[in-house]
Design a binder for this molecule. Sequence first.
Ligand code: PLP
Length: 476
Amino acid sequence: MAVEHKEKAGLLRRLPAVDRVLAVLEPATTDRGIPRSVLVKSVRETLDALRAQILNGRPELDESALDEVAVARRAARLARRRMQPNLCRTINATGVVVHTNLGRSRLAAAAMEQLQVIAGGYSNLEFDLATGKRGSRYSAVEDLLCEITGAEAGLVVNNCAAAVLITLDTLARDREVIVSRGELVEIGGSFRVPDIMAKSGARLREVGTTNRTHRRDYENAINDRTALLLKVHQSNFAISGFTKAVSLSELVALGHRHQLPVVEDLGSGTFIDFSQYGLFPEPTVQSSVNAGIDIVTFSGDKLLGGPQAGVLVGRKEWIDRIKANPLNRAMRIDKMTLTAFESTLRLYRDEPQAVAEIPTLRMLTEPLAVTTARTDRLAARLNALGQGQLTIKTEPAVARAGGGSLPLLEIPSRCLMVQREGLSAQALERFMRRQHPPVIGRIENDHFVMDLKTVQEDELATIETAFRHLLDKELQ
Ligand SMILES: *Cc1c(COP(=O)(O)O)cnc(C)c1O
């Protein structure tokens, strides 16, 4: 024990001082433009890690790891890692198109171009160029929203959860909101409809049962404290079997007979009818507006394929009241969201153009033959690269819309399954996840699996490079 203690003390004494490591490190790294503060922090952390290693008595610690050159080398690696952006581009090989963990929707090229222009300069964000007076930041998108959806008015806030919150806060504070029990949903990321209601100060009046709600259930619940009727789209699950829900037009008729606004939270709002593309039908925003809805809320970055935003469209009298709510100031979108959203909306004026240019729509509607051809191309490239060191096969797969949209939709896709002898699927998955950029796939039946539905043609070379690194590493 005492001997061990003495050994540890000896090792600790051998640790070089911060300045001595920096003296080795600085001349070697200045040309890489790493700020001194980052170098100092990296040296301190490297020394702390070594100190902890010594105190824990980890046997693999070699004395040569303690000289200043070795410590400097280790600190330099850490400093270089620190210089990489934390938020980085990734390759989505999961086949989940609107992947919440991977940033939901990719922006269209038109949106990114406009983003560059607006973010880097001044703009007429709140300046009316016609009158030379102060303007509204929402005018850039409100007209387009009305043009596309047929609604009287529109507003955009930070996300759909905010859109629901501000709607209920404005129209139903301290009053009752009637909603079917089957629609009290949790969207994920801890967004629960009942919690949002509680925060807004609205009181929840649940009607019906989980699987069946009738018109008379709503009707019997209406009283003089009722503020509105709410319909929540069951976007991330489906109830099947013995079910009954009241249709939107029935609900609108009922609400209006009682002078009550009817609000629908669509979540995954879409402007295009996916059934035309052989996909599972999802209610469109236009169909809600046509049904006479007072307000419909939906996300900007789910099926719409734009930036993160929450959209409200509907009757002007209600939207005007929501605009005047002080919460609107706290939920307002910035110029980058606004310009990306405007550019995305402009593409919707021509549906074929929207489907071709908005990545989310393009991926969802891509014919299987195209996905298969891309999968085969990657398989051929990896086979050529692997020279027998990689086992590669392709198989049918099921891609998903994701992001709490189109829950039942199974999109036929094709995946590539890879094995590397002597390496577990877990180790392979981890290696791919740690590349620059990371390649995110999944593990299935002891294979690393990549679904090519969500991989773009120009990303194939990046995946090939990641596998080249894998093979190079093994050769060393
Ligand atoms: C996803 C979703 C939301 C939340 O939308 P965010 O834009 O993520 O805030 C709200 N309601 C429904 C029905 C949803 O599907």
